[in-house]
Design a protein around this ligand. Sequence first.
Ligand code: ZN
Length: 541
Amino acid sequence: MLRITGGKVYDPTNGIDGVVKDLCILDGRIVSEVEGGRVIDATGMFVFPGGVDIHTHVAGAALNFARAMTPENHRQATVFLRTPERRGGIGGPTPTTFATGYLYAGMGYTTVIEAAVPVLTAKHTHEELRDTPIVDKGCCVLMANNEIVLDLLEAGETERAKDVVAWLIWAAKAYGVKAVNPGGVTAWKWGKDAKAMFEPVPGYDKVMPATIVASLAQIVDQLGLPHPLHLHCNNLGAPGNVTTTLETMKVLEGSRAHMAHLQFHSYGGDDWDTMRSEAASLAEYFNAHPNLTADAGAILFGNAVTVTADGPWQHFLYQLTGRKWGNLDVENETGCGIVPYTYKGSNLVNAVQWAVGLELLLLISDPWRIFLTTDHPNGACFWRYPEIIHLLMNADVRRERVKALPHKALARTVLGELNREYTLSEIAIITSAGPARALGLSQKGHLGVGADADVAIYNEKPDGELLFRYPRYVIKAGEIVVEEGEIRNISNGRGFVVHPGYDESVEAYLRPLFQQYYTMSFENYPVELERIERPEIRSCK
Ligand SMILES: [Zn+2]
């Protein structure tokens, strides 16, 4: 039982914008009134719904591979020593599981979506998510290069493809469906890519990236999943890729879709010398198409580790940078590449990328459709989000930073001309209310009666310049987990899973394919529900 009194409440879902009011909490939920219990005096503080990260990479085989490949980062990282309350771990660009939970909660985030999980290694992902304390979590299963699905699309068997996708979602105990470089990752198994939306994917006669995008978006909508298709477009990172991104968005007309890390897909120019921001033209299209949501995938200067299923892009990045490169092939489902990377303010391309992420957040007019992410750990670490919030809220600070960019970058971006400054309410939308709505998590992202009691409380005047770096209190499911900047209580979050309906006879279709093509038997493939920490199965309409 808990009462938070005296704080200015920011709860945009319920139309509350900085109103001083009490919040009452009982049995993990927001209630209208409580008698007795602890009282937190939040006078001089801002009260926000707990943060919701719609796109991050924090668990599973790819992350473990990235952690193993970057011991140099671990040596410089924050160390979390084991205490009676807390497990040990290290931070840095790819924090360990325990540290991931502490760092998210320590920033006021209480729900996290792991954005890319192959079915084949989903057990590993769920075991790591289980070891990620405090936060609630879910994951998106990779589907746009699954050869069983692509073969069915090639054969025109869309009804069966829908059943297979539904079966695979439940096998992975996933919450949503992710598409990464549709067709390109399967082509990469032969050293190729799929760069043109309307040309057949290598190895197929009919299936084009556009076919995969349209079919998966429709299947996800038909299955009634709470979250739409979560899409990483073709040609990530390449100069001129705005053409592909716009073509993809046109293919999606009539369906819902979430465009992941849009920053990496918003470039003009013909090559690295002429690369420029196309955030303005992309935002113009996006603003007119309410079927779409997006997350920023903003970058910040400093060390990162790029981790993606987009194998061909990672090989190219390795060739560009000469840094370490790791490649994983995930049988006939997907791939994975790892390249450590350093974004430099003095580098023209990196300067443009930095501006593009901020431009998208400022030029997309509806904050309910663009969300704060860095595609952690690709663009920057998630624990650096407060630095981006600071830039969004301060046009003068942005202009100062723009002046420090390489001179050539200035003509390729419009960031210095943008005067918009985010309000506190808009920050609550892009970090919590908006992503919760896009995920269909109706009890998250707000502070109305019945909502999960996930609350972040910040000092109105922080010690440092960054308002959102150190919450004074974080409450997760009604328990105070962070107090005075210290982790106090280690609870374990829930796991969100969806169970779409499918024709049971699809198992008879899949079983012999496993015998023929997989290293794992059909019986051993699905993730058991028991592996999920306190599973909450979300309904499909
Ligand atoms: Zn990602």
